[in-house]
Design a protein around this ligand. Sequence first.
Ligand SMILES: *Cc1c(COP(=O)(O)O)cnc(C)c1O
Length: 463
Amino acid sequence: MSRSAHPAGPRHADVLPEGHYQAPPTDLNALDEKVWSRTVSRDADGAVRVGGIEVTRLAEEFGTPAYLLDEADFRARCRAWRDAFGDEADVFYAGKAFLSRAVVKWLKEEGLNLDVCSGVELATALDAGMPADRIAFHGNNKTPAEIERAVEDGVGRIVLDSFQEIVRVAHTADRLGRRQRVQIRVTVGVEAHTHEFIATAHEDQKFGIALAEGQAAEAVRRVLGLDGLELVGIHSHIGSQIFDMAGFEVSARRVVQLLAAIRDEHGVELPEIDLGGGLGIAYTPDDDPREPHEIAKSLSEIVTRECAAAGLATPRISVEPGRAIVGPTAFTLYEVGTIKPLEGLRTYVSVDGGMSDNIRTALYDAEYTVALVSRRSDAPPMLVRVVGKHCESGDIVVKDAFLPADLAPGDLIAVPATGAYCRSMASNYNHALRPPVVSVADGAARVIVRRETEEDLLRLDVG
Ligand SMILES: *Cc1c(COP(=O)(O)O)cnc(C)c1O
């Protein structure tokens, strides 16, 4: 279709179809610093750069789709968390958000610890040189082989998630002649998402051991009775993409109440409390996340106050941000394929990726923004839905956004804030080859996870 054949023109707010989107931005060429990583900028001539390199050059060299990760931004965010929490607290990066050997190296250099939740995540961390004592091992169904590996490698802590696991880890530690440091993950009856949290009496989910009905207290009794386990603290993780600190307040209060109950029953004061991750980031300019120093201040005040009220010394706090560190540091670069204007509705813009490299929109109804990055345009805004190339009508990357009405096949568009839970949840649906992660810093680009090839996939298919 020739470009002039597009009936797609500007759509004004009063004639827009129903949907959840902001008004068209006043300047489609502007890149809001809230959602783009720190070194992203647009030159006067319209070219967009990250880490000093034009994205058109990156597309030529590495192809599309690709995740472009801003290393300086990643390191700056690690330092911001580290500095905010200081020496009295520990920051564990949640590896499930995005893990690679380069990331592990950066974390190690920036003084962060690391959460893993599978044997292969553990292997990646150790292979890249993260000291085992700075690793915490999570998961609701760690296999016996994974437990064995974690204990043998000497991970700093295993976060116990069930009664069976208490026995398994204790047995493994005994057999290997080790004493394993553990925390117990409790479900505090708080579920938090974005601007709301729900506090309930009962928990209906697979993670953790409920505080309700004395389950957690019973888990503590069993752990304290086992020689192979050293109980160092209580762990609680309440949700994801949270902006409101009120959920953490309820969670901290309930965990501290448990610490007080443990002191009363056993005469021990546990030295650590882990409040989990789940801190939100800006996916669209509407989102207003808290800065790490505000989060640190707020959590430490809550814990200090609750402990003082219970007559306990303040334990060492740890937190586990995943998304809040890596999420904002990357964007996905796509090439525009077909453009389908649907009169009176919106224009469907298809890209060379989709739900295989970003499942979050289909899975959680996540919101994203998008920008034209291969050139500037002064064309009026056009309401678009950015969709992938997969055989699913739910294959949507950006549900509702605006792009310039002169958008054409071959243009490059980018979706910001895709650093967390995009590459790590990527799939081979339709035998898609999972895109590379390219880190960019100081004018140099480097592949840290390479693009999959046809041979990679065919090699798994042994016929
Ligand atoms: C997923 C998870 C995290 C990280 O969550 P984010 O939303 O990425 O910050 C931290 N801790 C635990 C136990 C988790 O399951």
